[in-house]
Design a protein around this ligand. Structure first.
Ligand code: 13P
Length: 248
């Protein structure tokens, strides 16, 4: 059974609501696809207008973060039920920018992953090593630890339906893409980790993206790798280039 590719844009902290709607309109003809799942993960304030703007198209909307409580005194946070009610289908969890700048750890992320599933959202769980970790030779150990900690208590059926994004931190926003071999090696390692934690069928189902300076020129080679099921795209998702990545 072939896994369906999934290409997601991570807009990060870019696009005002009016700019967002304009971008969606510009990209609409470029990202049309019958064979690839396309997702825009957008800033919280853009969610409502973007859900409206993608109506009738092949694009689904994702959030870039959420909190693990349903509601209450958590000033500034957004809950999974809020996202679902707004029409969101996916949520990025554990992006390295959130881990680094906002000190999100694996205990917190595990709660968020659980809540996302409980609410009916598909998590796009990010993992990845720093340059120092790669140079020390601990890349796969580190990533296995992230995956194992973040998925505590998550069932095989849930894991089979989710998305894991491998994003080497040194490749994010640097124009320095991991080589195809490096990206494939780690994505394969993640799949092997899932097979050990669950079973072969779950490992075969889970979709694993590569992220880190993906663009229209390198997407085809990366996505042709046996364990890479698409990409999580930052900078290039804000431009016409995103259409080239979707239709790699
Ligand atoms: P860039 O594509 O800009 O390197 O960002 C990757 C990323 O962090 C996607 O989540």
């Amino acid at each position: 059974m072939a896994r369906r590719k999934i290409v997601a844009g991570n807009w990060k902290m870019n696009m005002t609501p009016s700019e967002a709607v304009k971008l969606v309109e510009e990209l609409k003809p470029l990202v049309a696809s019958d064979t690839v799942d396309v997702v825009y993960c957008v800033p919280a304030i853009d969610i409502v207008p973007v859900v409206e703007a993608v109506k009738g198209s092949n694009v689904a909307v994702g959030a870039e973060n959420m909190y693990f409580e349903d509601k209450g005194a958590y000033t500034g946070e957004i809950s999974a039920p809020m996202l679902v009610d707004a029409g969101v289908k996916y949520v990025i969890l554990g992006h390295s920018e959130r881990r680094d700048y906002f000190k999100e750890d694996d205990v917190l992320l595990n709660k968020k992953v659980k809540k996302a599933f409980e609410a009916g959202l598909t998590p796009i769980l990010c993992c990845g090593e720093s340059l120092e970790q790669r140079e020390m030779g601990v890349t796969i150990d580190w990533i296995r630890l992230q995956i194992k900690s973040d998925l505590v208590g998550i069932t095989a059926e849930q894991v089979a339906s989710m998305v894991i994004a491998y994003e080497p931190i040194w490749a994010i926003g640097t124009g320095k893409t991991a080589t195809t071999e490096q990206a494939q090696e780690v994505c394969k390692g993640i799949r092997e980790c899932i097979a050990e934690m669950y079973d072969a069928a779950t490992a075969e189902s889970v979709r694993i993206q590569y992220g880190g300076s993906v663009n229209g020129a390198n997407a085809a080679e990366l996505f042709a790798q046996p364990d890479i099921d698409g990409g999580l795209v930052g900078g290039a998702s804000l431009k016409a280039d995103f259409g080239k990545i979707v239709n790699y």
